[in-house]
Design a protein. Structure first.
Length: 139
């Protein structure tokens, strides 16, 4: 931090040169992230308050992804026939689109969740998007 302040002082002409510029800034190690053990996973899954919570916990466990990655999944990213999940480049941490296989235990959970989502979509009158409204108005 001192090196940054002295660099600013040089930039604003308060100092002629930064006496710390020849010293390298120490790098911080990546933080250690907590690991969920199999027994802990089983306990959390058992206590899940809903099918959605169970699916979320299972996606975390079986894909190894973080919560943010799982929350950004869309149904179009999940291929139940090919049993794979697509990671879109726009949401991937390193901007790389790729496919990962789905664990066999996830497939029935995802199949059930998709069937429920389709059922809700068919029976609940969801508001149309602006694009759909324009298309319908043009007819």
């Amino acid at each position: 931090m001192l090196k940054t302040v002295l660099s600013w002082a040089v930039m604003t002409k308060l100092l002629d040169k930064n006496p710390l510029r020849r010293f390298a800034t120490p790098k911080e190690e990546s933080p250690r992230r907590p690991v969920l053990w199999a027994e802990q996973f089983a306990a959390v899954r058992e206590k899940a308050m809903s099918n959605t919570a169970e699916l979320f916990v299972c996606l975390l466990w079986f894909t190894g992804d973080g919560a943010a990655s799982v929350r950004q999944l869309r149904w179009e990213d999940v291929d139940l026939e090919d049993t794979s999940v697509r990671r879109r480049a726009d949401v991937d941490k390193i901007g790389y689109e790729h496919r990962n296989p789905l664990d066999a235990e996830l497939v029935p959970l995802l199949t059930q969740a998709r069937a429920l989502a389709d059922l809700i979509r068919r029976h609940v009158d969801l508001p149309m998007s602006t694009q759909q409204q324009r298309t319908d108005d043009a007819r």
